[in-house]
Design a protein around this ligand. Structure first.
Ligand code: SF4
Ligand code: SF4
Length: 135
């Protein structure tokens, strides 16, 4: 059966100087490939990168964003690791949990000002995002 978002075009355009999703307390997951890519970009060893930024929980490497303290990679200019940021960030807001129902997407729209704006996103692109990050 077709998903609701396969029948209704979605629009999204990240808004300049917003950074709300980088300020929100939560978890940023890093798979092994994310770890390798970001550590190389920062010119640091995988071991040092993990030690400095990540914790291991339930078999996952993750970076914790605590209350009143933004993601460690956020700077005044934006994400310091933007070109290589983890898949979770590359694919936001096209996450399975946010696309589960139209209501979930509406709730996400209440948080992210980029949802519902900008160009239509192709269904194939949404599918590719879901495939890329699927926790
Ligand atoms: S909350 Fe939405 S618009 Fe704001 S930075 Fe994140 S993705 Fe972009
Ligand atoms: S890694 Fe970058 S894009 Fe992801 S939450 Fe942190 S600052 Fe934002």
């Amino acid at each position: 059966m077709a998903k609701w978002w396969e029948k209704e075009p979605l629009r999204f355009e990240c808004q300049a100087d917003c950074f709300k999703c980088c300020l929100k307390p939560g978890i940023v997951y890093f798979d092994d490939e994310d770890v390798r890519r970001v550590a190389a970009y920062l010119n640091c060893s995988i071991r040092d990168f993990k030690q400095k930024y990540l914790v291991r929980e339930d078999g996952y490497w993750l970076h914790r964003v605590e209350e009143n303290r933004p993601c460690s990679f956020l700077t005044f200019e934006g994400c310091h690791i933007h070109p290589v940021k983890p898949k979770q960030c590359q694919t936001y807001p096209f996450w399975r949990e946010l696309l589960a129902t139209k209501n979930d997407w509406k709730l996400a729209e209440g948080f992210c000002p980029g949802i519902g704006r900008g160009p239509m996103v192709l269904v194939e692109t949404v599918r590719a995002f879901l495939k890329k990050f699927d926790l």
